[in-house]
Structures are given as structure tokens and as C-alpha cells.
Ligand binder design. Sequence first.
Ligand code: AVI
Length: 342
Amino acid sequence: MNLPLNISALSLPLPPASPQFIDLYRPGTDAQAGQATAQELTDGLTAPAASVSPKFFYNELGSKLFEAITGLEEYYPTRTEAGIFEAAHTPIAATLAAAGISRPCLIDLGAGNCAKAMTLIPHLQPRQYVPVDISVEFLRDAAEQVQNNFPALDIVGVGMDFSAGLALPDEVQPYDRVFFYPGSSLGNFHPAQALQFLKHIADPAQGKARGLLMGIDLVKDTARLEAAYDDALGVTGAFNKNLLLNVNELLASDFDVRQWRHVALFNAAESRIEMHLEATSELTVRWPGHERLFKAGERIHTECSYKYTVDGMTTLLRQAGFKHIEYWTDPDSWFAVFWAAV
Ligand code: AVI
């Protein structure tokens, strides 16, 4: 029997291809990676001044809580940076073009929900988009979203901890690489580590970069800075405490989030916001082979968020070896977007 040919069905647009995805971050499933993570966490938790790296904020719930933070009234960085990109996308694209980069391979470090890159993609017209994040499942969904929005775009999602190195898989194009590092995430490194990281990007033998497009939060009044990290709704407090749930998962520890208080303060001498978790009473935390007693009021340092001046960041970029530096700011000079060419 001849079936009637459905012409309209044949002319429907094809669904977008799925992005490629390469997962290089497996602390929960890969025994060796799991051991290294457990050791790193144990070292921090048993140090006289306890600390946990801020990278442990970003399990799936942590990424969602961070996404919520970016929408808070008090958290000005995200919308201020978005305003700069909105106002300056033409000069930014022209600056890349002047450097001979017309269709970059855009490598989005700490891509999260990829929202920032999605606003830039129409203007920068990347040949390939490479979102990179430690929060693997969250990134997988975000990369799908980007593909839905840009069906023809070549996307290679990479799940990895890039604080440990920038060795990208072979699927990432080796030419015209532009590293995109928005959101002032560089501020979460100590300045010496930030310099190392920038040197790494500026070294063509390492990341094969042509340049770096980066957002940096600038020094401003203490009250505004502290409100951004201690919002009235308590979302940042939940984000901070969720780190303990992630540690429980990775280390099989028994932190009880109800016993901890969120603390955020601006350390002016170091030009950084510090986030801590403070024990509300004396308590003991246990995990396989270890335990730690915390006195009431004792803290775990969970994050530094350094705030730079334009001059300070320009100096750091030059020290790292970048040759040509430009920047754009908002009208209040709260935030800056830097272009640094290799
Ligand atoms: C990802 N990073 C740049 C954020 C910051 O502002 O340092 C993380 C954050 N911590 C608390 N709120 C947001």
C-alpha cells in the first residue's frame, strides 16, 4: 500500500544536534580522583585555621543557588557586567577583529548556565564554543540550552577542574582561542595564584590562547560589597552552607548545616570579601579516619573574592605577559571588562 507523502513533515527544520560533551572531572566515580579530593578536603579541614576551597560550592544545588544569587538585588556584579557587554559588544568585537580574530574558538571558563556567553555569541560569532565547568551535570544541561539557541554552533562542553590545569581535549580547536572568564571569578584566586593562572593563559605553549576576555569586580564602598555577599533573603548563606553538604557527599563526613552560621566581611587590608562558616556551638565533625573539634565561634574559611582597581589588574595582566590591554567599565566604575591580547 502506498502511504501518502507528508510534505509538511519533511520540511520541518531538523532538531539541533546535541553538543559534544567530554567529562574529565570524576571525583565521585574515579577512585584516584576521589582520593585526591578527600586528601585536599582533609588537609583543609584539619589545618589550624580550617578552610575549604570555593570550588566545592559548585555541586548541582550549589550551581542553582549561585544562579539565584546572580538575580539578587544586592548582587550587582552579574547585571553590571551584563550592562557593560550590552553597551560595549561592538567595540569588543572590533578589538578582536583588529587583533585578527574574526571567528574565535570561545572557551568559557566556569561557564555555569552559559548565560553570559549566550549574550555575546551573536556578536563574536565564534567558530566553536567550549563551555568548561566543574559542575558537570549542570553544564551538560546548559550546553544543551546553548545548542537549542544556536543549532548550527559547534559546541564542545568540558567537565573539568581548570584550577588544576588548562589541558583541554583534542576536540577543542587549537587556533584563535579566546578565553572568556567573566563574573570576576579570577577574584576567587589569591593574587599569587591569579598571576600564575594568567601566566598560564598568556603562555601560547600552554593554552594556545590569542587573548583573554575577563570580567573583574572593582573596589568600592564596604557596605555595598558586604551586602552583595550577605543578602537579606539568605541565599548566599544557603550557598555557603551547601558547601558542607557537598563535602559530606565527597568525604562521607557528618556536617550538620544547622550548626553553622554564614559570615561575610570585607577585609580592606587584603582588598577581599571573605566568606566563612562559623560553628554556633562546640561540635565535632567526623569522617573516615579523622575527626575535628570546632569550638563555638571557630570558623571554616570558604571563599575569598578579591576586588581590584583598574590599575592593579592592568599591572597583573602585564606581569602575566599579556601585550595589549583594553578595558570597559559601567558608569559607576563598579565593574570592568578587560581584553588582554597574548
Ligand atoms: C563566582 N564568584 C566570582 C562569585 C564571587 O562573587 O566571588 C562567587 C560568590 N560567592 C558568593 N556570592 C557569589
